[in-house]
Design a protein. Structure first.
Ligand code: NAI
Ligand code: ISE
Length: 336
């Protein structure tokens, strides 16, 4: 069976996902696309040489008879309405992060999915599918470094657009750590604080950059995440887990070691598309398989909600300067 997918949002990641669905993965094809920039949507279809109809609105695409599953890759604030519409239409939906821009919005999706009676939503948290994070989790779960005590992490982007503000460091960027770290150490957050070091001269008036987010978990683990989105030198994701018996680090992406011009060096990637290329492939192949088998297994709407609850506290902490509590309700049995 070939799954017919409709994609809403043909920007950077929408286009990349359409490419992988059309040429890298198996079991699916893109039959419909939509973007508020219709010309761009048409260009993507033409440039990739796929046979997909361009729809005038996301809602029409969701309702189209030949669309069996939906990919939401539009801007964050539009996600909630599209995901709710897909659930209402009974169609499985893969939604890029964030699931919704507030925890309240994510909760409405969780409630709608539970009311629908079956899992229909997978969130685009790709890091749990990344080989490096999986290897790190295997080491932690093996007990070799003992119980985790502290995590030191960094999420660095070379640059961001003028439209990216201080709050987005949480909702757009840190949200990946908020999801993957609770999975990695099987724990939940209980508080968050945000501190701002000296700002880089490469930032702009609406963005305080860098930031350090300090999280505490239910088991007492302390986590620091540096979010630095104008670091210039590369796209760099770091994660070090300090345990009672040893330390484990997220592996670097493999790259050729170079001896030249009196230097020993390895390259650093510049783009998230390259850094997580395999993880994006695996997460979407899992979505296709889940829909085809009638059993979605990837990150759920509850994962999207849990990350957003922590994200809301971090956003609050950015403004208050205080340690803000994180209160995640217990997980409904539906998501066990
Ligand atoms: P982008 O700005 O390149 O593309 C977004 C597209 O959505 C634009 O073409 C825009 O015209 C379209 N759009 C906005 N509102 C719409 C609406 N109501 N209906 C139809 N189209 C609409 O942004 P990018 O980087 O592609 O990000 C899109 C989403 O994917 C964001 O939520 C972002 O956080 C997420 N993302 C996830 C990544 C990951 O690592 N998982 C990486 C990059 C983005
Ligand atoms: C972007 O939207 C992503 O999701 C990338 O993975 C992240 O590194 C970046 O900071 C976000 O802007």
């Amino acid at each position: 069976m070939t799954l017919n997918i409709g994609v809403i949002g043909t920007g950077a990641i929408g286009r990349d996902h359409i490419r992988r669905l059309s040429f890298a993965l198996s079991g699916a094809r893109v039959v419909a696309v939509n973007d508020i920039n219709a010309e761009q949507a048409r260009d993507v279809v033409t440039q990739l040489g796929i046979e997909a109809e361009v729809y005038a609105s996301g809602q029409e695409l969701i309702e189209a008879g030949n669309v069996q599953a939906v990919l939401v890759t539009s801007w964050g604030p539009s996600h909630e309405a599209f995901v709710l519409a897909a659930i209402a239409a009974g169609k499985p939906v893969f939604c890029e992060k964030p699931l919704a821009v507030t925890a309240e919005g994510c909760r409405r999706i969780v409630d709608a999915e539970i009311a629908a009676g079956r899992r229909l939503v997978q969130v685009g948290f790709m890091r749990p599918f990344d080989q490096g994070y999986r290897a790190l989790k295997t080491v932690i779960d093996s007990g070799e470094i003992g119980a985790p005590l502290m995590l030191h992490c960094a999420h660095r982007n070379p640059h961001v657009s003028e439209a990216y503000g201080t709050g987005m460091a949480i909702t757009d960027t840190l949200i990946h750590e908020l999801d993957v770290l609770r999975w990695l150490i099987d724990d939940d957050y209980v508080s968050a604080q945000v501190v701002f070091p000296r700002a880089t001269r490469h930032t702009h008036a609406q963005l305080r950059d860098p930031q350090i987010v300090l999280l505490e978990t239910a088991k007492g683990v302390r986590i620091d995440v540096e979010v630095f989105v104008n670091c210039k030198y590369g796209y760099d994701i770091q994660c070090e887990v300090v345990g009672e018996e040893g330390i484990a680090r997220l592996p670097e992406p493999s790259s050729v070691q170079l001896r030249s011009a009196a230097r020993l060096s390895t390259g650093i990637l510049m783009d998230w598309k390259d850094r997580f290329i395999d993880a994006y492939d695996v997460e979407l192949q899992a979505f296709i398989k889940g829909v085809t088998d009638g059993q979605l297994t990837g990150p759920s709407a509850w994962n999207g909600y849990a990350a957003a609850v922590a994200g809301d506290a971090c956003n609050l902490a950015q403004v208050s300067g205080r340690i803000e509590p994180i209160e995640l309700p217990s997980r409904p049995a539906f998501y066990n």
